[in-house]
Design a binder for this molecule. Structure first.
Ligand code: IPE
Ligand code: IPE
Ligand code: MG
Length: 239
């Protein structure tokens, strides 16, 4: 295991958990088995992140584009959400974790919407890791929804257009109140953002590993943190 003594632990880690399908295919299993295994990895990663002292962990669970997949796969993913929302309630209370969902939840079935609300309500006073799950999430969709709310507030006279700043705009995003991610990890080797946190990732350090998501573990997370510590974050400045 990597030695993280004297290492800066990123305050906010964002994750694009990719490769569930390929993990299953390699084993001759249906894609949905990859998602099932991937959920177990999410659970373990939440526990590890909480232990390492990461304050925010944001995972991409389902994108606004993932509805394009077969009805069978989308249905299986919805069933997994239903199951894991209940499990998460237990894991969150055992690890003092606060759960929050970002994305447009209105497109889900009512029982899932209710489940999300319950999970957020019942964990809101936990003081450890904030675990954020992006579901029916798209960066562009989030920015559009924020712009619409902002326009409505300007129209209603609640907000003065002349006062508009990056901070004000960010307060209309689903991630309002959260710091921007310091480190983005994407598994399974793909080097793209896939519409994830487009506003928030402006200056995030990016780490890509070939490991498929179901095989991701503590050692992999520690490797990413070690790599993060070697980066020089300049934020546009010069030395
Ligand atoms: C990530 O794994 C999980 C979701 C997008 C829900 P994929 O299902 O994208 O796996 P690959 O990329 O096909 O291997
Ligand atoms: C991104 O993965 C979405 C999630 C991890 C939920 P995808 O597998 O959907 O992304 P693309 O299609 O490879 O860009
Ligand atoms: Mg994928």
């Amino acid at each position: 295991m990597a030695d993280l003594t004297n290492m800066t632990i990123p305050r906010h880690v964002a994750l694009i958990l990719d490769g569930n399908g390929r993990w299953a295919k390699k084993r001759g299993l249906p894609r949905t088995m990859g998602h099932k295994e991937g959920c177990k990895t999410v659970e373990k990663t939440v526990e590890v992140a909480a232990r390492l002292g990461i304050q925010y962990l944001t995972v991409y669970g389902f994108s606004t584009e993932n509805w394009k997949r077969s009805a069978e796969e989308v249905g299986a993913l919805m069933q997994l959400f239903r199951f894991y929302m209940v499990r998460l309630l237990k894991i969150a209370s055992e690890n003092n974790v606060r759960v929050k969902m970002i994305g447009d939840r209105r497109r889900f079935d009512q029982d899932i919407i209710d489940g999300i609300g319950r999970l957020e309500r019942e964990t809101k006073d936990n003081t450890g890791l904030t675990f954020v799950i992006a579901v029916n999430y798209g960066g562009r969709d989030e920015i559009l929804r924020a712009a619409a709310k902002l326009a409505a507030d300007i129209k209603a006279g609640k907000l003065d257009e002349a006062q508009l700043s990056e901070e004000t705009f960010a307060s209309y995003l689903d991630t309002a109140g959260m710091p921007d991610p310091d480190l983005l990890i994407r598994t399974s080797g793909e080097i793209r953002l896939s519409n994830y946190l487009l506003w928030q990732l402006a200056y995030t350090e990016i780490y890509v590993t070939d490991t498929l998501w179901p095989d991701f573990d503590q050692e992999e997370l520690e490797k990413a943190i070690l790599q993060y510590n070697k980066r020089e974050r300049r934020f546009g400045g010069a030395r």
